[in-house]
Design a binder for this molecule. Sequence first.
Ligand code: PNW
Length: 444
Amino acid sequence: MEHKAVFPEGFLWGTSTSAFQVEGAATEDGRAPSIWDSFCRLKGRVDNGDTGDVACDHYHRYAEDVALMRGLGVDAYRFSVAWPRVLPRGRGMANEAGLDFYDRLIDTVLEAGIEPWLCVYHWDLPQALQDLGGWANRDSAGWYADYTTLLARRYGDRVKRWITFNEFSVFTLFGYAIPWAAPGITDRGQHLRAIHHVNLAHGAGVDAVRALVPGASIGAVHNRQRVLPEGGKPENAEAAALLDEHWNLAFCDPQLLGHYPPRVARAIEPCVKAGDMARICRPMDWFGLNHYGPIFARVNPETTWGYGWGDAPPDSPTHGVGWAVFPDAFRDELLEITRRYRMPIVITENGCGGSDSPDESGDIVDQHRINYLQLYNASMHEAIRGGADVRGYFVWSLLDNFEWGSGYGNRFGIVHVDFESQKRTPKASARWYADLIKRARSAT
Ligand code: PNW
């Protein structure tokens, strides 16, 4: 009943992955290590000591994965390019074999009648560039611009949908302040510099794609989640306000409104040079939103910024998903983005994890995920009816994959992957999604 004809003409349904999480082939055809290859090898950082060495072996099995998407009937595939595969040293000489892989992938996706959505950066910085200071080095904006130029020249004839970055705040905050992601640094100064340089890189990337790809449609992917003080307590209020700036505003506001939010603005001032804000704030075609659920902040003096992750209220609804589920927050976020930035929105990720395993008959009945996706789709409808201009929706993820710090233990796929045999098995949620797409299409 949530499939009434509220979807605008041309609404796109898709699935998402990212290079490091699915490709594997970590040392093949000239690929060099990324910061995540290094991070996986630090003791205790990734559950089970898992690495991205093999992952879903998408590097060799991409044709099978594209065929799966075709079977689901999706309109679009969002993937990312591995920077150290195409530029092993991060800059300088390109690696032809690495570039060839994305030619093959893009051509196969197009032949299947699916639109490729290319994300330039999904967290796998070449280790060679981290050795020069990574995003804390102001030169990183130039390294990124050159890398984007290479991709735009090579793929711009076939790829029209471009994403500069995936989730700016997750990889900067978790990479430079709360050590949950590569490179695992905890340093206020480096965190602030990384924020500013990534913003500069974004602006330079937009300019490169605009200059080289006629008809390009460019977005950036922001993770936005309401930040609430744990337990509703006043002593957690400042922690929540600061985390809200780091998590929700430090990238959207400068990129789309031309200024930093107040706390970040004060702290970041020494990094900002004349002309920077205009370089960051470039015209964008759409707002990419990744949304999972709200986050709770708690004051914690032991952390880099004095805040930490808090717990959801103990009585939070879980809807059989096993974690707190707040679909209304999704609707509210879409309406807030509409109010604050006034632009079309594409949901570039939404989904949920689990430990999904096959039953005796080999079926994977992930009813918890169907419940979650149904609730979130209903909220998206409400937001569209309320005036949000939502143009598309991508499930995270097509495949169970390398879930960062959780390794292979947390499965987000609508297609199950047996990591021993690499066998793919669509879960019940994949059938549900294929059916949703079919019904939504026949209703428009
Ligand atoms: C996103 N949080 O990351 C990423 O874009 C994906 O690569 C990832 O697999 C997916 O979500 C599922 O986790 C996030 O702590 C990581 O709130 C952490 C958070 C949010 C998003």
